[in-house]
Write a protein that binds this ligand. Structure first.
Ligand code: NAI
Length: 293
């Protein structure tokens, strides 16, 4: 049976380990030729600059009969992004799929977030998504379209203690998905947002996980099928949507508004307080409306 990605070329950033590696392996199994990007280095983004991790994944994919090539560029510069696209074009002549996945973590409470930690996290995640997506976007625009998955996080969509830098970057990526999906319509470029959940080095020390063996179900290979769905033609109708994907399942995450207090005339602050039940979701009336769909 033909794979879901037969004949496609997929670029995955940060695919030398964790989730990206699992995507690369599955996409290759499904027939895609894969560019495995990763610049290596520790979780906080210090050091790096080696394509050893990416090459190891490539060697294993090739040994299993797949097609893959390694790239060790830094996603957070436009020159790096351009070279990642060049790697795909030189090796395989096309770029049909991009998964922006590379990321780092420098968790601190807001009061303790240094300018350096702020800049670095924003640079790798938010600017890195811009730097890798832009060259590929331009290529897809001139060549009939394609499919992109940009990696956000519930930390940015809902909030999480100690992650203002990371949450800001991830919420920014959500904004990119919304805008790019609108602009991509006329070029047949599909853009979806992803909030993954898996046991990787990034999440291995979360409360309750530190020092314990991972639940085998939570490993990245059990998340990859949801992301395969997103990049494949099976998700053709779903551009602009954000999916939460973990081993336990796949769900849509959406921005919602209440009916609101909208008197259609100038109003006072006091009136807003008096109509809190219409303004806020946490008013019992609105919770009921939400549950009723
Ligand atoms: P990971 O740390 O295993 O993988 C991230 C990879 O990105 C690493 O291999 C790293 O070397 C690479 N990387 C870092 N900076 C780079 C750069 N400048 N250029 C190229 N490569 C670079 O982490 P994991 O968990 O696999 O994360 C993948 C993505 O999913 C990240 O964007 C992360 O923020 C996001 N995410 C993960 C969650 C989880 O539950 N594991 C939850 C929410 C979001």
């Amino acid at each position: 049976m033909a794979g879901l990605l037969e004949g496609k070329v997929a670029i995955i950033t940060g695919a030398g380990g964790g989730l990206g590696e699992a995507y690369a392996r599955l996409f290759a199994q499904e027939g895609a030729a894969v560019v495995v990007n990763d610049l290596g280095g520790p979780r906080d983004g210090s050091g790096g600059g080696s394509s050893v991790a990416a090459q190891k994944v490539v060697d294993e994919i090739v040994a299993a009969g797949g097609r893959a090539v390694a790239n060790g560029d830094d996603v957070s510069t436009l020159a790096g992004g351009e070279n990642i696209l060049k790697t795909a074009l030189d090796a395989f002549g096309r770029a049909d799929i991009l998964v922006c996945n590379a990321g780092i973590l420098r968790d601190r409470t807001f009061a303790n977030t240094s300018e350096e930690d702020w800049d670095k996290v924003i640079k790798v995640h938010l600017k890195g998504t811009y730097c890798t997506a832009l060259p590929v976007w331009k290529w897809m625009k001139d060549n009939g379209g394609g499919s992109m998955v940009l990696t956000s996080s519930t930390s940015g969509l809902y909030g999480n203690f100690g992650q203002t830098n990371y949450g800001a970057a991830k919420a920014g990526i959500y904004g990119m998905v919304r805008v790019m999906s609108i602009e991509g319509r006329k070029y047949n470029i599909r853009v979806m947002g992803l909030a993954p959940g898996a046991y990787t080095r990034m999440t291995s020390d979360l409360p309750g996980r530190a020092g314990r063996e991972p639940d085998p179900l939570s490993l990245p290979q059990n998340v990859a099928p949801g992301v395969l769905f997103m990049v494949s033609d099976l998700a053709a109708e779903h551009s602009g949507k954000i999916l939460g994907v973990s081993a336990r399942g796949v769900r849509e995450i959406k921005m919602l508004e209440t009916e609101g207090f909208a008197p259609g005339r100038p109003y006072t602050a006091q009136e807003v307080a008096e109509h809190a039940a219409q303004v806020f979701f946490d008013a019992p009336e609105n919770v009921h409306k939400l549950a009723a769909g």
